[in-house]
Design a protein around this ligand. Sequence first.
Ligand SMILES: Cc1cc2nc3c(=O)[nH]c(=O)nc-3n(C[C@H](O)[C@H](O)[C@H](O)COP(=O)(O)O)c2cc1C
Length: 368
Amino acid sequence: MEITNISEYEAIAKKKLPKMIFDYYASGAEDQWTLQENRNAFSRILFRQRILIDVSKIDISTTVLGFKISMPIMIAPTAMQKMAHPDGECATARAASSSGTIMTLSSWATSSVDEVASTGPGIRFFQLYVYKDRKVVEQLVRRAERAGFKAIVLTADTPQLGRRESDIKNRFNLPSHLTLKNFEGLEISKMYETNDSGLASYVSSQIDRTLSWKDVKWLQSITSMPILVKGVMNAEDTLLAIETGVAGIIVSNHGARQLDYIPATISCLEEVVKAAQGRVPVFLDGGVRRGTDVFKALALGAAGIFIGRPVLYSLAVDGEAGVRNVLKMLRDEFELTMTLAGCVSLKTITRNHIITEEDMIRNSMSRL
Ligand SMILES: Cc1cc2nc3c(=O)[nH]c(=O)nc-3n(C[C@H](O)[C@H](O)[C@H](O)COP(=O)(O)O)c2cc1C
């Protein structure tokens, strides 16, 4: 059957992957309310299209941290991609590069920064988890820098792993033929079987729960790479991030895998954008599955979006070609959305092109 949208990869990947692996990729925390809400919230935002605009030429290219990319659609860091496909992160890197966009490599990748760099040219960011052992962190950041990575994405929402119940039931563990390649030769490249989630135990023993804004300053002192903070969900943390001097913010709830009952990212975006006041770019991830979602995020002020699970599912189904197809389908849908909404470049997308639930309530109140 022909695949006609990026969500269709999920069901095919489910048939193909061992249950433990599919569940690890798919699941959210606890009741998975936020997991559904990340999608549902997009469906409550509607369009206000403009008509009779010359849309014969559409430009969707943009610039992120000074790097020109083909579209405002990028790849979020997702761990352990070789569980999906033997080519893992290297296939994703090639697909991103040939699509002219940015890939973010996870700290917990099953391919190292050097292996990913050796796939050829491409703009790549490195996602950082801060370990208790700061020497390990320093070495890792230096290696990423030497391998030509362009920015650090600091994940700030994971002092402990969210409770993902299928991982507990499945006793999730990294298959024994794989390692966390960025830590090769170190004990922390492996995960051990426990009587719940092996990853949750790994995080409890290795990740630094004391991490705070002063450590972002420390990180700035050991690298010249710009730092994006991932996991900002409100105005208060936006202001602290800007005060700390970060280069950008990613509105993210970790694909609904950390704190359940946190709102959808698209519902928090405008608050963050307003607080940022254009001082730093604001990006978003979480539940983006359609070109219309990309447009909605940009209309609410995002400078670009990242996708997580669709990359894993398409990688599982068709390796590099699958990821390329996901990026192409999302790009084509986004371009079509712009055409039908009457926008010719990213700059022409405005807040007036959409209507949110809050707008509708405000409008009906004002009519009373
Ligand atoms: C299987 C899986 C693994 C992930 N691994 C990481 C990770 O290593 N580091 C990180 O910062 N975020 C990680 N994330 C979160 C993603 O970067 C991103 O925030 C999320 O997947 C976006 O939502 P989406 O999957 O709905 O597109 C992971 C998400 C998934 C689904």
